[in-house]
Design a binder for this molecule. Structure first.
Ligand code: HEC
Length: 103
């Protein structure tokens, strides 16, 4: 009986697997960061251009992921908009990577 129940649960989880969104992936976010962000924010996230926040100190990272992604879509100050350049998934991946820069 218990085995049947486990099989049932397993069937459920695989049936819904494609629907459940996967967690943001900091590894692919890193690739996007190195391509689009590193020139202004630096490899360690401490910032190389004027006014850039220091990600290592958590600056600019206080907001929830979706809010930061929205800022990246619209652009801010000296930072261009990434609308049409990075997809929503890529934006959330890159935000996940930003959080790994915090020391
Ligand atoms: C041309 C230089 C430049 C590039 C490229 C750039 N940024 Fe920025 N970024 C800035 C500057 C300057 C600020 C500060 C903006 C302000 O507060 O006026 C900033 C701010 C931010 C913030 C803080 C936003 C906030 O609400 O305070 C985040 C997060 C961020 N950048 C992430 C990224 C990511 C991720 C990328 C790559 C996809 C990127 N930036 C590319 C220059 C850049």
């Amino acid at each position: 009986m218990r085995v049947l129940f486990l099989l049932f649960l397993f069937g459920l989880s695989t049936a819904f697997a494609p629907v459940v969104s996967k967690a943001a992936d900091p590894a692919s976010g890193r690739q996007a960061y190195e391509r689009y962000c590193i020139s202004c924010h630096g490899a360690d996230g401490r910032g190389v251009v004027a006014n850039a926040p220091d990600f290592a100190r958590g600056q600019g990272l206080m907001a929830p992921d979706v809010t930061i992604a929205q800022t990246l879509r619209s652009g801010k100050g000296g930072m261009p908009s990434f609308l049409g350049i990075l997809s929503n998934t890529e934006l959330l991946d890159v935000v996940a990577y930003l959080r790994t820069l915090q020391r």
